[in-house]
Design a protein. Structure first.
Length: 313
């Protein structure tokens, strides 16, 4: 392996993008009259604030309908810097102008040259005549963050491919699915991407019903066969971005990258439907992790609680 390839794999793009975003917005807060700055992601019709230097208006994880956001107007051609949103003809009709008196924003592009989100700053009051925002500075920092994002995405993809290969080698001897160690590796990666990029990730916890009865009445060979059939069905229903693990005993886990909160019910029901068609009874709970609200570990705990509620209701 070349030194360049090694450097690419060692480069943690997610962490460096997080650090770069935090440094950029801290600098802008210190050197502009705007009180709140954010690096946000636009996904599934929402603007999600990922990295925030807060004061009055913005918080990490805060979500707003994209079409209702001031940033959507900017993307559609309105001014990048507005001293008084309540007087500007492009912004004054928006309901957020009642809360946001001054605004600045530039888009961020990803490695596919598509809009990732927005670098934006706001404050409650309009700017005074003496207060100015260096629009070229905001544009430059936005451009630098876009370049950092592109590098981070490409480098992380290479690094994750290597780490994923290592995780996928950690398998359960009976089912061939990921074991607990492999599962912990992929969930750690998912959490990193959630925090840095706001990448959608959902998890499901599945518990077999009646495994103990099968073991007691038909024997452990029959119980092992039930576990193997369950694992095979879950594997066959999984996609390229989905990972399935046998977490222990009669409990299975699914991690689905790119599955947002609005998609979880239909996505995971395909797995339980396939098991039901095969005559296998299970209880399942699922949850979507959301930046600033629910991390992956909390999401697993919530899915587990929902599974138990279904199992013993």
């Amino acid at each position: 392996m070349t030194r360049v390839a090694e450097d690419t794999q060692e480069f943690n793009g997610a962490q460096i993008f997080t650090d770069s975003s935090e440094q950029a917005i801290a600098y802008l807060k210190a050197h502009t009259p705007l009180t709140d700055w954010s690096v946000s992601r636009v996904i599934d019709g929402e603007q999600v604030h990922l990295h925030v230097e807060p004061d009055q208006l913005l918080t990490t994880g805060q979500r707003v309908e994209w079409e209702e956001s001031l940033c959507s107007r900017m993307v559609n051609g309105a001014a990048h810097v507005v001293g008084n949103t309540r007087l500007d003809p492009d912004y004054s009709s928006m309901r957020f102008s009642a809360k946001v008196g001054a605004y600045a924003g530039y888009t961020l592009k990803d490695d596919r040259d598509e809009m990732f989100g927005v670098l934006c700053g706001v404050r409650t009051d309009p700017l005074t005549e003496e207060e100015k925002i260096d629009e070229e500075l905001v544009a430059l920092i936005s451009s630098l963050l876009s370049a950092q994002l592109k590098l981070a995405r490409v480098a992380d993809r290479e690094r994750r491919n290597s780490e994923l290969s290592d995780a996928l080698a950690q398998t359960d001897a009976l089912t061939g699915l990921l074991n607990r160690r492999g599962w912990d590796k992929i969930t750690s990666d998912a959490q990193e991407r959630l925090e840095a990029f706001g990448d959608a990730v959902s998890v499901a916890v599945i518990d077999l019903n009646g495994l103990k009865v099968v073991n007691d009445i038909q024997g452990h060979v029959a119980g092992d066969d039930l576990l193997q059939r369950t694992g095979e069905i879950l594997r066959n229903k999984s996609t390229e971005s989905c990972r399935v693990a046998r977490y222990g005993g009669d409990e299975f886990m699914i991690l689905a990258n790119g599955v947002s909160p609005s998609q979880t019910e239909s996505y995971f029901s395909a797995f339980t439907d396939a098991l039901e068609d095969a005559g296998i009874s299970v209880a399942m709970g699922h949850c979507s992790a959301q930046p600033g609200r629910t991390n992956v570990e909390q999401c697993i705990a919530e899915a587990d609680a929902l599974m138990y509620r279904q199992k013993y209701q």
